[in-house]
Design a protein around this ligand. Structure first.
Ligand code: GDP
Ligand code: K
Ligand code: MG
Length: 297
């Protein structure tokens, strides 16, 4: 008799920058979730799928739970809390090198209202002494009865494989939800937008807020297997537009070159990328605009 097939949904929660996207990328071996050293890069849920012979894990990468500051914040918190009730397992990520803070307290409070098993993922153990790792774990044990505790380094791939094995053991018997070769159910357009947004955040460092949006206006297959992509970067202020364009267009050129390379890998074709920058004042608080971009339901 063959082993039963296990499948289910696993939510990744934790403060922004705890390393959720890095773990997904490590597990899937392909760059689909967006990594950034800035907060809240992942605004939408990204479902990533891990398939093996006897099971399938569907990861839900949530934005970090935090206190809402404006309309978009409310949406992010709602998304994160909704996902906790729906899933089979929760991975609660901690940056082991950061002190316990209000962000963690907020999440631990939220966890009290769900029955879903929770793994404590003590990430970035490569950054601190092993003794400190144990101390940090002890701090958290008091607050919640965790199903499992995993000290890991998502970046250096330490203890990631045992984690994946353990995740499977917590999943119920279930169907194969997605084809084997499918690692994300998001349209390529969304990923393209996130790849461009990531380049803007990386290259402008602290000068551009994470709240910028990228809209993919047009994707066309041209002859010679070349894909033409036109996208608009939406900012809130003229000064931000200036920063993104840079001296004689140099910053926009850099962003475009780096994004084009990643989109080329994503699509497997040559890519021509045309980038525009548009100012839309106070866009975060504009419900209709958010709805058009798919950020509300
Ligand atoms: P997210 O906001 O939770 O998705 O966090 P990211 O995956 O975007 O990671 C935020 C930052 O932490 C990035 O600069 C990562 O390279 C870094 N990072 C993630 N995991 C580790 C780790 O295990 N060790 C170290 N040293 N850095 C990490
Ligand atoms: K991030
Ligand atoms: Mg992320």
């Amino acid at each position: 008799m063959s082993e039963e097939y296990r499948s289910g949904f696993v939510a990744l929660i934790g403060r922004p920058n705890a390393g959720k996207s890095t773990l997904l990328n490590q597990v899937l071996g392909q760059k689909i979730a967006i990594m950034s050293d800035k907060a809240q890069t992942t605004r939408n849920k990204i479902q990533a799928v891990h398939t093996e012979k006897n099971g399938q894990i569907i990861f839900v990468d949530t934005p970090g739970i935090h206190k809402p500051k404006h309309q978009l914040g409310d949406f992010m918190v709602k998304t994160a809390l909704d996902s906790l009730a729906e899933v089979d397992l929760i991975l609660f990520f901690i940056d082991a090198s950061e002190p316990f803070g209000r962000g963690e307290q907020f999440i631990l409070d939220a966890l009290q209202s769900v029955n879903t098993p929770v793994f404590l993922i003590m990430n970035k153990i490569d950054k601190i002494h092993p003794d400190r790792v144990l101390e940090r774990i002890d701090e958290y044990r008091h607050y919640h009865s965790f199903a499992e505790i995993f000290p890991i380094s998502a970046l250096q791939n330490q203890n990631v494989e045992p984690l994946v094995t353990s995740i499977y053991s917590y999943l119920p018997e279930g169907p194969q939800y997605y084809p084997e070769d499918q690692i994300t159910d998001h349209p390529e357009r969304f990923i393209m937008g996130e790849l461009i947004r990531e380049k803007v955040l990386w290259h402008t460092r602290d000068e551009i807020p994470h709240s910028i949006a990228v809209i993919i206006d047009d994707v066309k297959e041209r002859e010679n297997r070349k894909t033409y992509v036109q996208a608009t970067i939406v900012v809130e202020r003229d000064s931000q537009k200036g920063i993104i364009i840079g001296r004689k267009g140099s910053m926009l050129k850099t962003i475009g070159e780096k994004a084009r390379k990643d989109i080329h890998v994503l699509l497997g074709t040559d890519v021509y990328l045309e980038l525009w920058v548009k100012v839309q004042k106070d866009w975060r608080n504009k419900g209709r605009f958010l709805q058009e971009q798919g950020y509300t339901d």
